[in-house]
Structure formats: C-alpha cells, structure tokens
Design a protein around this ligand. Sequence first.
Ligand code: FPP
Ligand code: MG
Length: 349
Amino acid sequence: MEPLLFQQSKKKPAYPSFLTGFVRKGVPFRGAIDPFRCVAKELELVEQNLLRSIRSTEHILTEISAHLILGGGKRIRPMVTLLAFKVFGGQKTADIVDIATAIELIHTATLLHDDILDGAEIRRGKESAYKKFGLKPTLISGDFLFIKAFEFAGKFDATVVQWTADACTHLTEGEILQGFFNRNMNVTLEDYLEIVKRKTASLFQTGAKIGAYLAGASPAFVEEIAEYGLNLGIAFQMIDDVLDVVGHKELLGKPIGMDLRDGNPSLPIILAIRGGQRQVAEAFQSDHLTNEMIQATLKAIGQGSAIDKTKNYSRSYAELASKPIKKLPPSLYRDGLKTLVQLIVERNF
Ligand code: FPP
Ligand code: MG
C-alpha cells in the first residue's frame, strides 16, 4: 500500500464518535446505534484517500489542505453517503469510499473559500487557512481540492457526475443568494430555506442519493433517501444557526456571533426580527458592530423566542428526514441513519 502522507493518519481517526460524546454528556441514547461506528472502517478509508489526494509538488497546497482536513471536522457528509450505500446492501466499498471522499473534498474546498468570503479568523479550533496562509494561496488551495474531488467523482457514470456537478452548482448559487440577502430586511423564511437548501443541504442530499444509486436501490428509494439527506441538511444548518447565537466557542471550534457580524440572514436573526426585536433588526443592518454590540444582540436574541422557534423548525425538518427511514429495509445502517437525525438536532458542537 502506498505510504500515507502524514503520521497522524496512523493515529485514531480524527472524527469524533457523536454518540460517545453524547452519552458522556448524559443524553440518554439507550440502545441507539452510533452512526460513526457503523461505517468506521469505510470512514478510515476516506481519511486515507483524503490524505493521499492532497499531495502536491507545491508544498503550500498540501500544507493548506492538511491544515483544514487534519483540523478535525465531523465527516457527516461522507457518513451519510456511506450509510445510504450500506442501507441498500451496497458491496463495492472502494466505489462508495471514493464518492464519499469527493463529497468531503468539495465540502473542504467550500470552507476554504467561505472563510475568505466571511473573513473568518478561526475554523475548527485554530486559525483559519485564510488568516494563516493568506487569501491567494487559500483561494487556490480551494480550487486544488475542488479538482481533486472531481478526480474521484469523475470516474463514475454520467448520472453520478451530473448529480455531483449539480450539488456544486447549488453551493455556489446558495452562496450568491445569501450574499444577495446580506443585511437585507426583505429576506423571508422562503428565501432562507432556498439559501440553506442550496448552500448546505445539497451536499447531504447528493451524498445520500449517490450512495443509494451506487448500491443499486430502486429510483423510488433513491428519491426517498434524497429526501432524507435534504431534510437532514436543512435541520443541520438550522442548528448551526442556533449555535452561532447560543453555542460555545470551545465546543464549536469557531467564534459565535459571526452571522450577525457578517449580516448573514440566519434563522434566529430572521425570526427575532419578525418577532419585533428592533435591536436585532438594527444590528442585522449595521456593518460596523462592535464586539459589545454583537454580544448584547446575541443576548437579546437568546432571551426572546427565536432560538426555541428555530429549534422547533429544526425538529420539524428532522421529522421529515425520519419519515423515509421507516420505509427502508431494517438494518444496523438504518438505525445509524435514524440516530444521526437525533444527534444533529441535539448537538452542541
Ligand atoms: C459555510 O456556511 C459555507 C457553505 C456551506 C458553502 C460555501 C460555498 C461556497 C463558498 C461556494 C464555493 C463552491 C465551490 C463548489 C468551491 P456558513 O458560513 O454558514 O458556515 P460557517 O459558520 O461554518 O462558516
Ligand atoms: Mg462561514
């Protein structure tokens, strides 16, 4: 076997076991199946693929890519892809591992670009690549990872390539749409959902869909699992939005209040504004908030009903994600998909 690039890869996988973390925190998931453990072997192969793929004669590309890839990450997207494959009895592990790798590489590429766009200083608990290495090398490293993703995804049939390309198109559209509604008081819940479907849920949806397709699931089942991915992705982003208001920097690996600072229309912000919180409306429109103003506005959002309402929305989408699971053949993987929904809405990291 080709030697791995980094010694770290010989250590335990960087991804956390959600369930272990939750059980330690006293959340009663009695008898629940840990989705990470269901596909731990395959996730380790994804990890090895990721490390091999970021080799370059231009060391800076490898260094920047490794900075983010080895910096943790929950690996939720590859996990959904792998589980969707396994739940339909998929056998060709090498294929699904390659697609799961492509999905994670695309996600990583978008994060490098996203941190440039957001001017983010911290990501995954350390200095963002943008801050540490500068804009230009980080931008090109995002392109590098994006191309690497297509080395993995491009060898599949036209359907898989098209779905992957569609997901990438959606990511860019979501980002543009979010920019359009930046500090824009006209943003509606429908606009929010459209942004989230494209910028976040599309990769979850596509990973799930390709997983089922490559396992040979019927078109009807491929659509069912696509619904799972879509709704799981929406629920995931809603909780991300909640954590940006009431989360903990240490657990999240990034500072909170960034949506407010950047004028991003997150769901708690939209709901607080709709709920008549004028302070939030003013902060959302301002491009010169001090840290104190951000903290005070976060506190105000936390004291109102927007956080509970956002959590309720997230739970509704989690329920929508859970519906198709009931129709799937019973297995450990089906239980893993089910637990994942629960973990995503209950998470605090
Ligand atoms: C993180 O959202 C960002 C995304 C989910 C998508 C970013 C997409 C692009 C930059 C388009 C580029 C596309 C390709 C295919 C290279 P967030 O800012 O809400 O989350 P955060 O708090 O983790 O930064
Ligand atoms: Mg961001």
